[in-house]
Structures are given as structure tokens and as C-alpha cells.
Design a protein around this ligand. Structure first.
Ligand SMILES: [Zn+2]
Length: 372
């Protein structure tokens, strides 16, 4: 994560970089914002900036050893603490940690804007009481007392500091007040009001505000979303970019399932499903009809790219597997033909053709071509 990956919030980025340039990096910093905002990405971009071996005036380089290791959350001097299921003793703690850490790494790589609930879901523990335990605090104290492995900054990342056990928070009091040199606490909270004073009074508050609607819209457009849809998602997300990204992901998942079922029905010449599919399509509204056909074209385009030996811009693994399968079955020419057919259907819709008939004709033309 670099500052450049986060839309807008220029003043805050300048403030953070400015503190570094003046040699005034506060040793305990509390990044606070509402869930879904760039609160954690900002702290992560800052950590990369502090550790980068090749930073410039605006950002970390994103490619040196330190930047790469922070991206994968495997830097030996960056220590992670986050809510987990509780462990009754230190022996069990090791086990809990060993199980949680790989999931945590995936979560922050894939959903840096994610909320606490998103984490609980990724962790598979959504009904458990998750916390940063007393044992975590003991580990923090142990970490703090040791030298940094590589001689530079040592960063103690505490994500979801509002989930810290009160007695654990009290145990940290002394190290928050008198940290060893070059030890930096980057704490992230989505619930400032519920934090213990132990924490708030001893750390510098970094308020991370929501993004402007236009910033979220442009960020989504950069991810190849059409302007109309990007604007709609940006409005719903109310400054919380993570909400916009999650909505986008669930729309993609829905579109993928719709596309997969459609292709299977074509493949199996399942006319009942195809007729029903055309009726659903006609009821889904103009924007969704266009969105779905555009999405279908982008998946087929990715398959065509595979033939050309180029790297497709695949969004998820499921799509990748499916593309792999039907690319092999259909071959280049049939796929190219389907691409043209869908494109034509899209043009017909724009000229106000009947959506149900357009979709059904398209389905039948695809059935004919792929089974020829
Ligand atoms: Zn770097």
C-alpha cells in the first residue's frame, strides 16, 4: 500500500510525510476513522513510507525489499496485533496465532478497507468474541524490549485497538509513555469513543476523514467500472470507499453466477432455462442489462487474451477457472464470434430493441454456434 493507492486525502498525506521530514514522527499514533474509510490503508502506507529504502518526497517506492515485505506482511520488524479468539494459556496462544496469521495476511492484502465484521467473516469466527488479549499485550512488551532485527524502525501495528482487553491496555501504559528509540506504535480504530483513556491520552490522534464522492467515483472508474455505475456506488458508499468496493465485488459475483448459468444453459441447449433467463434479463432494468452484457464481454475478452498469451485482467479465482475451462472447450473462433454477437446485442439494446427478444435471440445464436 502506497499513498498513491489511496484516493484524495492530500492534506493528511502531507501532514504524515511532513512529520517524517522534520524528524518528528510521534512514537504512538492512533489512526481513527469510521469503518470503510481509508483509516487502515493510510496507516499501512505510512508504515511503508517509514520503512522504504527508496522513498521520495511524496511516497514510498512500492518495490524495494522493505516495501515488498510490508505488502506481504512478512517484514521482521513489523509486528501485527489484531482481534482473535481468546487463548487460555500461552501454549494455546501460539496455536491461535499460527492459525490466524495466514488469514490475517490474506485479509489485509485483499480487503485493506475492510471492517471488523469483514475480518470476523474472513477469519471464519463471526460468532465468537474476538479480542486483542492480555497475552497479545505480553507479546507486545516482549517485542518492544528486543532490538529491531534490521536496525531500522520497529513498528507495532495494532488493528482494532478498541478490541484490546482492558488489563492488556493498562499493561501497555509504560511502553506507550516511554518507548525505546525507533519503536513506533501504529494503532487503528473504528470506534474512538469506546477507547480507554490509557490509549487516547498517550497517542497522537490521526483523524482519517471519509473520501469525497468524486474521489470514490474516480477510483472505481480506474477499476474499469462504467461512469454511471461508479457514480451510483459512490453515492451509496457515503465517503466510505470500502463500502463502494464491497458493493462492486458482490455485483461482480452476481454477474459471474448469472454469466456462468447462462453459458451452461447454452452449452446444454437447455431452452427452458434460456427462456427464463431472457425474462429475468428483461426485468432487470436498462443499466443492469447493459452492465451484464459488458461484463460478459469482458470475461470473453479475457479468454481471448489467454489465446494471445497475454495476462488477462481476472478479478477472482472462480472466474479464472471457468474461463480456463470454456476457453479450452470452445476455442478462439467460437469465442470471438460470441464476443461479436454480444456486442451486437448491446448495440440493439441501445437502439431500444425489446430486451427479452434481444436476449433470447442472442442465446439461441450462441447455442447454435457453440454446438456447431
Ligand atoms: Zn520502498
Amino acid at each position: 500500500m502506497q499513498f498513491a493507492d489511496i484516493p484524495g486525502l492530500t492534506d493528511l498525506k502531507e501532514q504524515l510525510i511532513g512529520a517524517f521530514k522534520k524528524g518528528k514522527v510521534a512514537h504512538a499514533q492512533l489512526f481513527s476513522g469510521i469503518s470503510g474509510t481509508a483509516t487502515f490503508p493510510m496507516a499501512l502506507a505510512y508504515a511503508s513510507y517509514l520503512m522504504c529504502q527508496n522513498r521520495n518526497d511524496q511516497d514510498s517506492c512500492g518495490s524495494c525489499t522493505n516495501c515488498t515485505r510490508i505488502q506481504k506482511s512478512i517484514h521482521p520488524d513489523v509486528h501485527w496485533y489484531f482481534p482473535k479468539i481468546s487463548a487460555s494459556d500461552s501454549g494455546k496462544y501460539e496455536k491461535v496465532l499460527a492459525e490466524a496469521l495466514p488469514l490475517w495476511r490474506t485479509f489485509i492484502a485483499e480487503s485493506p478497507y475492510g471492517s471488523f465484521d469483514d475480518w470476523a467473516l474472513s477469519y471464519g469466527q463471526e460468532n465468537k468474541n474476538l479480542q486483542i488479549s492480555r497475552e497479545d499485550s505480553r507479546q507486545i512488551l516482549k517485542n518492544v524490549s528486543m532490538r529491531s532485527v534490521e536496525g531500522g524502525y520497529k513498528i507495532i501495528f495494532i488493528w482494532g485497538v478498541e478490541f484490546m482487553h482492558p488489563s492488556g491496555a493498562n499493561a501497555l501504559l509504560k511502553v506507550l509513555e516511554e518507548p525505546p528509540e525507533k519503536t513506533i506504535y501504529l494503532m487503528v480504530t473504528f470506534g474512538y469513543d469506546s477507547l480507554l483513556q490509557t490509549i487516547t491520552s498517550r497517542s497522537q490522534l490521526i483523524n482519517v476523514p471519509p473520501n469525497q464522492m468524486e474521489e470514490i467515483r474516480d477510483h472505481l472508474i480506474e477499476k474499469n467500472i462504467n461512469e454511471q455505475q461508479a457514480m451510483q456506488l459512490a453515492k451509496i458508499s457515503q465517503g466510505r470507499i470500502g463500502v463502494g468496493l464491497r458493493l462492486l465485488q458482490s455485483e461482480d459475483e452476481m454477474a459471474y453466477h448469472q454469466f456462468r448459468d447462462w453459458m451452461l444453459a447454452c452449452w446444454n441447449r437447455d431452452l427452458t432455462s434460456l427462456v427464463r433467463g431472457s425474462e429475468d434479463f428483461s426485468k432487470s432494468g436498462k443499466a443492469n442489462q447493459r452492465g451484464f452484457l459488458t461484463y460478459s464481454m469482458s470475461l470473453i475478452r479475457n479468454s481471448l487474451l489467454k489465446f494471445a498469451g497475454s495476462q488477462p485482467t481476472i478479478i477472482n479465482e472462480e472466474e479464472d477457472t471457468f474461463i480456463g475451462k470454456y476457453t479450452e472447450k470452445l476455442g478462439f473462433e467460437k469465442l470471438q464470434f460470441m464476443y461479436k454477437l454480444i456486442n451486437q446485442a448491446l448495440l440493439h439494446l441501445e437502439r431500444n430493441s425489446n430486451p427479452r427478444i434481444t436476449h433470447l435471440n442472442l442465446s439461441l445464436a450462441i447455442v447454435k454456434r457453440i454446438n456447431s
